[in-house]
Design a protein around this ligand. Structure first.
Ligand SMILES: C[S@@+](CC[C@H](N)C(=O)[O-])C[C@H]1O[C@@H](n2cnc3c(N)ncnc32)[C@H](O)[C@@H]1O
Length: 255
C-alpha cells in the first residue's frame, strides 16, 4: 500500500467513526480519563489567550473548545470531513473557532501564525510524523508553545487495546516511547512532559481510579495511557531531511 492509500484509509476510518467517536466519554473511566487529559494539555498552555492557536487533528473539537474557552482564537484542522462536521455541531464557543479541512503534512497557514499549537493523539495516525512536526514548527511563532499528546507505547492498557482489531488503536501507524518524543521535540526548545491515565478505562470506581492515578504518576509513569509533552519553541531549526545512510543531526525531529 503506498502512502497516499494509507492516508486515504486513515481518513476514511475517522470519517466512519465520527458519529460514535466520543462514546467512550460516557463511561466513568472514560470521562475521568478525558478530564485528566484535558487538564494535562491545559496546564502547558499560557494563560495569555487572545492569540491564534491551532488544534491539529482536532477530531470532534474537544480540545479546540477548551482552548477557545481560555480565550484563544482557535483554528481546528483535520482531514476528516465527518469529524469536522461533528465538531461544528458541538459548538464553536462564540466566534472564536474556525474549523478547516487540512492535513498536518501540508498546513495551509503562513509561517509563525500561531502562539500555541496542540496535536493530541494525532502523530500516531499521520502518514509522516516528520513532515507534520516540520509543519507545526513552521507555523508556530517564536517564542511559542507546542503541546503533543501521545498514546504511550509502554502503557499496558494501550498494548491490550492495540491487540483488539475493533480498536482505533489497531489502525495507528506508530506508537512512541516518551523519551523518543522528548528527544525529537527537544530540537525546538526545552521540553516538559508528564503522563496521565494510569488506570484501565473500564474501571467503575472513581476512587480506585484516582488512587491508581496518584500511584502511577509517582511510581510507574511509563504505564500512563497518555504522555503529554510541552515545548517552549525557541529555536529555528533547519528543515533537514535525513536520507538513508546519512548520519544527520542526532535527535532532529525531521527524521
Ligand atoms: C485519535 S483522533 C484524535 C482527535 C482529537 N485530537 C482528540 O484527541 O479528541 C486522530 C485525529 O487525527 C486526524 N488525522 C489523521 N490523519 C491526519 C493528518 N495527516 N493530519 C492531521 N490530522 C490527521 C484524524 O482525522 C482524527 O480526527
Amino acid at each position: 500500500m503506498d502512502k497516499g492509500d494509507r492516508q486515504r484509509r486513515t481518513i476514511r476510518l475517522f470519517d466512519s467513526l465520527a458519529d460514535r467517536y466520543d462514546a467512550w466519554l460516557a463511561s466513568p473511566g472514560g470521562s475521568l480519563a478525558n478530564r485528566l487529559e484535558q487538564h494535562a494539555m491545559l496546564r502547558a498552555i499560557p494563560l495569555d489567550g487572545n492569540q491564534f492557536a491551532l488544534d491539529l487533528g482536532c477530531g470532534t473539537g474537544q480540545y479546540t473548545r477548551s482552548l477557545a474557552l481560555r480565550g484563544y482564537q482557535m483554528v481546528g484542522a483535520d482531514p476528516s470531513r465527518a469529524m469536522l462536521a461533528v465538531a461544528r455541531v458541538r459548538g464553536s464557543a462564540g466566534d472564536r473557532v474556525a474549523y478547516v479541512q487540512a492535513i498536518g503534512e501540508a498546513l495551509p497557514f503562513r509561517d509563525a501564525t500561531f502562539a500555541v499549537a496542540v496535536a493530541m493523539t494525532v502523530l500516531e495516525f499521520v502518514d509522516s510524523d516528520a513532515a507534520v512536526l516540520r509543519e507545526l514548527a513552521r507555523t508556530i511563532k517564536r517564542p511559542g508553545t507546542l503541546v503533543v499528546g501521545t498514546l504511550q507505547a509502554t502503557s499496558p492498557s494501550n498494548i491490550v487495546r492495540r491487540l483488539r482489531p475493533s480498536s482505533t488503536l489497531a489502525s495507528a501507524h506508530r506508537f512512541y516511547r516518551r523519551a523518543e518524543l522528548v528527544r525529537r521535540l527537544g530540537t525546538l526548545g526545552p521540553v516538559r512532559s508528564w503522563t496521565v491515565v494510569h488506570f484501565p478505562l473500564r474501571i467503575r470506581s472513581w476512587r480506585l481510579a484516582l488512587l491508581l492515578e496518584r500511584l502511577g504518576r509517582r511510581w510507574f509513569p511509563w504505564a500512563g495511557a497518555m504522555a503529554v509533552l510541552a515545548v517552549r519553541v525557541k529555536r529555528l531549526t533547519a528543515p533537514v531531511h535525513r536520507r538513508q545512510g546519512q548520519t544527520g543531526r542526532k535527535g532532529a525531529i525531521w527524521r
